[in-house]
Design a protein around this ligand. Structure first.
Ligand code: HAM
Length: 425
């Protein structure tokens, strides 16, 4: 019996890897344009890190973490998200002492034991960015504009929803009102809301059940309970979005699944993946660095799910990988194969992407192979052509063909051909 991958853990096969590479390349380029530096953090952390940051009463900590006891008896967890680890590293290495505001990004796998479905996996990948050391609302707008630009450059259209969750001054007042409202509802909520109204009342508000949502129509609205500081911050954030030309909608019922958020929260949503789902989400976490034992520094960030970006990208026209061969060498016959191998090596040494067939297949099947690989050109050499000192060069893009003289030494042809192809790019 063969051993298969775990449920919710996916192989990324060669024919889709280029979509991943394109997304990462564009993301890195944009992050660098906005002054972010990459940080790489471990996938395994002490469990306590996530309990203290994401929050004990969240779905992630309660039921989704891959937690186990290691050989030393310590409780460790496969990271379910990137923010906690990045902030742990930020504090541990005193990055705040090096510059007042740090802009960091990380790309890598995260682990959540969720029910797998389209765009929802147990090992998934995030592009995760954090700005630590400023609470300026213009940074909130700038960060959302960066997420927007990234999606635009990927050719994806999504909608941006934003909200404010207030701060430790105003949120408890709102929470108390909400708890009072929820108590007044009696029974009849879904099982999750029944549980959450005691453990994490804010989370009931983004319950997906239409039945529960009907009950919440009259619920108190957080945006009407913000203190003056949070209300000003929210206004300045939305003003910033307007001035940068980023379209958004306010969703006062958006509460995030992680407890560390304060003030601005946002989600980038699409309905192209079945039920409406987030391709990215984030928000401000002004108390979190201190809560994790670091200095009292504000922060904000977001993460995008790479699998969801890949799914959306794949729904568009096929994207060329950019790694297609610049030349496919079709060698026909023993002598041509031997010379061809040397020519291909010469061209590759000159920096060209070159493919060839070693199996001595027919002309037709080698041309088919070149087509499948989307090779830009083919060079056909047979024993007869070699004897005559020439090959047949076909430009697969333009559709033209020419007889290519191949005089003298193979090394000389390689250099001449490589420089010609470079000029034609
Ligand atoms: P999150 O909303 O939990 O936030 O996840 C961010 C994104 O990761 C989601 O919008 C989604 O695209 C993707 N994602 C989450 N779970 C899965 C899954 N099981 N399968 C596939 N994709 C998934 C965070 O993780 C925060 N750390 C974001 C943040 C950074 N906030 C501040 N800084």
């Amino acid at each position: 019996m063969t051993v298969t991958a775990l449920k919710g853990f996916k192989d990324i096969l060669p024919d889709e890897v280029h979509v991943w590479q394109r997304i990462e390349r564009i993301a890195r380029d944009i992050f660098h344009r906005f002054g972010f530096a990459e940080i790489k953090v471990p996938v395994l952390e002490k469990t306590e890190l996530f309990v203290r940051s994401i929050g004990e009463a969240t779905d992630i900590v309660e039921k989704e973490m891959y937690t186990f006891v290691d050989r030393n008896g310590a409780s460790v967890t496969m990271r379910p998200e990137g923010t906690a680890s990045v902030l742990r590293a930020f504090i541990e290495h005193g990055l705040h002492a090096k510059q007042p505001v740090n802009r960091l990004y990380t790309i890598g796998p995260m682990f959540r034991h969720e029910r797998p479905q389209k765009g929802r996996l147990r090992q998934f990948h995030q592009l995760s960015v954090e700005v630590v050391g400023t609470d300026k609302p213009s940074v909130d707008a700038e960060l959302m504009a960066m997420a927007w630009l990234l999606l635009q450059e990927l050719g994806l259209s999504v909608s941006l929803q934003i909200n404010s969750l207030g701060c430790p001054q105003c949120r408890p007042v709102f929470k108390e009102k909400l708890v009072g409202f929820l108590e007044g509802l009696g029974s009849g909520l879904c099982a999750d809301c029944e549980r959450r109204r005691h453990t994490n009342p804010l989370r009931v508000l983004d319950c997906k059940s239409e039945h529960c949502q009907q009950h919440y129509r009259q619920a108190p609205v957080i945006l009407e309970h913000l203190c003056a500081g949070c209300a000003d911050h929210f206004r300045a954030t939305t003003d910033g979005l307007v001035s940068l030309g980023i379209p958004y909608a306010v969703n006062a019922f958006m509460v995030r699944g992680l407890d560390y958020y304060t003030r601005t929260t946002f989600e980038l949503l699409t309905d192209a993946l079945g039920a409406q789902s987030a391709v990215g989400a984030g928000g401000r976490y002004d108390g979190l660095v201190q809560q994790l034992g670091g200095p009292d520094l504000p922060g904000i960030g977001f993460a995008m799910g790479v699998e969801r970006l890949v799914l959306l990208s794949s729904q568009q026209e096929a994207v060329a990988s950019g790694n297609e061969p610049e030349l496919f060498l079709v060698a026909l016959g023993e002598a041509a194969l031997a010379t061809g191998l040397r020519l291909v090596h010469g061209l590759r040494s000159c920096g060209l992407r070159v493919a060839m067939d070693h199996e001595g297949r027919s002309l037709k099947s080698q041309m088919k192979q070149a087509d499948k690989l989307r090779a830009r050109r083919t060079l056909i050499i047979g024993d007869n052509e070699l004897a005559a000192g020439a090959g047949l060069l076909k430009d697969m893009l333009v559709g033209s063909q020419e007889t290519l003289p191949l005089p003298g030494e193979v090394a000389a042809w390689s250099a001449a051909l490589a420089s010609r192809f470079r000029q034609e790019q």
